[in-house]
Design a protein around this ligand. Structure first.
Ligand SMILES: Nc1ncnc2c1ncn2[C@@H]1O[C@H](COP(=O)(O)OP(=O)(O)OP(=O)(O)O)[C@@H](O)[C@H]1O
Ligand SMILES: [Mg+2]
Length: 243
């Protein structure tokens, strides 16, 4: 039986997390709200919740089929996804194939520079502190994750990069960078959590070089709604064709 939604646990910037009548499950409800620069810029993107739920469900299912363990259980409704309830590890893993965004400013690196192999960075999940960059030693010192857990997070992040770089390339998009979150199950297994959407990654159109992700919203480039819809349409066609 599908667990039923009960009470909201927390409302974040782009989703509402609900508890269910099953202690092992939560429901992620995807909103249309969009924020950037640690919520200093706010807006909405048309149908984003619906699109992000579809995109994230399809990609998490794909990752599961290719050996990446995730919290994804199944797509529930237009804006709702059923997930395994996890204790979120407060460390965001960022994987970069090319320089864009904060790293360019922080290290005076030219936008577009290629990282081969991909560069991996860690950020402390804290809105109050603006998600600061951290070193591996902080993660162990403050017991945010054990070395074994971090090893799983890194290995899985590299695997996600390899798998999704190919998927996006097949639909004419280059995966520039992305952010992942992980969490622990009660039995302490570490699973990929949260979402994979155009909110948390950069995708450049291979033909035009145009961003097809939240940078359109961040930088007021216009065509935000259209870019989100285009990415989801291309993905849907790709997954339908490969069935
Ligand atoms: N399987 C899960 N179990 C428990 N919590 C989860 C799970 N998957 C995601 N979450 C958490 O649910 C919340 C989703 O909401 P949203 O993404 O809107 O948050 P946010 O505003 O980005 O804030 P945060 O800084 O906490 O990420 C996040 O805090 C995320 O870490
Ligand atoms: Mg979030």
């Amino acid at each position: 039986m599908t667990p039923k939604k009960t009470t909201p646990i927390r409302e974040g910037k782009s989703k509402i997390l609900y508890s269910t009548d099953s202690p092992e499950h939560v429901i992620q409800f995807f909103k249309d709200d969009a924020t950037a620069f640690n919520a200093l810029k706010k807006g909405t993107i048309k149908n984003k919740g619906f699109i992000n739920n579809k995109v994230s469900s399809a990609l998490f299912q794909y990752l599961e089929n290719h050996g990446v363990k995730t919290h994804f259980v199944h797509y529930l409704s237009e804006r709702e996804m059923l997930c395994k309830k996890l204790e979120i590890i407060p460390v965001e893993v960022v994987v970069r194939n090319r320089a864009a965004g904060s790293i360019c400013k922080r290290l005076a690196i030219q936008k577009g520079q290629t990282f081969e192999p991909a560069l991996i960075e860690f950020f402390y999940k804290s809105d109050a502190l603006g998600d600061p960059l951290i070193a591996e030693s902080h993660i162990y010192h403050f017991k945010w994750a054990t070395p074994k857990e971090l090893e799983v997070m890194i290995t899985q992040s590299i695997r996600v990069n390899d798998l999704l770089k190919s998927v996006f390339s097949e639909i004419g998009l280059e995966l520039i960078d992305f952010k992942l979150e992980f969490g622990r199950e009660a039995n302490s297994n570490v699973l990929l959590a949260d979402e994979f959407t155009a909110d948390g990654c950069r995708l450049w159109d291979k033909k035009t070089g145009e961003p097809m992700d939240k940078d359109r919203f961040r930088q007021d480039l216009g065509g935000v709604d259209e870019a989100y819809l285009e990415v989801s349409k291309r993905l849907q066609n790709y997954f339908e064709a490969s069935l």
